[in-house]
Design a protein around this ligand. Structure first.
Ligand SMILES: Nc1ncnc2c1ncn2[C@@H]1O[C@H](COP(=O)(O)OP(=O)(O)OP(=O)(O)O)[C@@H](O)[C@H]1O
Ligand SMILES: [Mg+2]
Length: 220
């Protein structure tokens, strides 16, 4: 689902954020991307969301490449993606279920199916009983779960989480990683960027390290 060949990214101000990246990700894979601040982690995710485009090299996401201004195809691509935000972006005054359904509103699925998928997603994060609770009455950890359920309900093929453990204490960081790892299935790949290499469980799929835009892959 991701095939990057010799991909470099240079920003307009001349900063080279990524150099000669070669990366292949298949459905069902879990990939951690680590590296110091400024090493290119967010830039790599931006390429995968078609928010930035390779300066050189080729990048195929879901079997095709994307160029600046290709609004239609990019919109199609983003329907297959599940971005995870650090600050949850839940909408106050709406219930847990409504928040999850709002995350699905651009997906062209019938209302009845939306509700079914949203309810299933809530169950997967263990919060079915909170479906009708306004999000402001939920605990912080529950909001975290709702934000993951909102991603799951979209049935994305590729989940992209940029520093989901940032600012979290150890326990919550481990919780969110566990939830994200649980999002992986046969069709869905999960990419997680994190500084917190010590929180990455041993023997877990793939770890990619970025250093000044250069990638090295290590066995976990
Ligand atoms: N829009 C931009 N224009 C110019 N340079 C940029 C832009 N965005 C990022 N950069 C630069 O590209 C490099 C990689 O940045 P990036 O945000 O990808 O790093 P990161 O690994 O995500 O860092 P952090 O861990 O701090 O989030 C840095 O040198 C950064 O200053
Ligand atoms: Mg970053």
């Amino acid at each position: 689902m991701i095939a990057a060949k010799n991909v470099s990214l240079q920003y307009p101000d001349g900063t080279v954020a990524l150099k000669n990246i070669n990366l292949s990700v298949k459905p069902g894979e879990l990939v951690y991307i680590t590296g110091p601040s400024g090493s290119g982690k967010t830039s790599l995710l931006k390429l995968l969301m078609a928010m930035e485009f390779p300066t050189t090299g080729t990048l195929e996401i879901m079997g095709r490449s994307y160029g600046k201004g290709q609004t239609g195809p990019i919109r199609q691509l983003r329907r297959m993606l599940g971005p995870v935000f650090q600050d949850f972006k839940l909408i106050k005054g709406r219930t847990a279920l409504e928040n999850i359904m709002l995350g699905m509103r651009f997906l062209d699925i019938p209302a009845s199916e939306m509700k079914k998928n949203a309810t299933e997603a809530l169950a997967r994060v263990g919060l079915k009983k909170k479906a009708n609770t306004p999000v402001e009455n939920l605990s912080w950890g529950e909001c975290q779960r709702i934000s993951i359920a909102r991603v799951l309900a979209r049935k994305p093929l590729l989940i992209l989480a940029d520093e989901p453990t940032g600012n979290l204490d150890r326990e919550n960081a481990l919780n969110i990683l566990e939830l994200l790892v649980g999002c992986k299935d046969e069709q869905t790949a999960v990419l997680i960027t994190t500084h917190a290499t010590h929180l990455i469980p041993a023997n877990q799929n793939r770890i990619i390290r970025l250093k000044e835009g250069v990638m090295e892959e290590a066995e976990a």
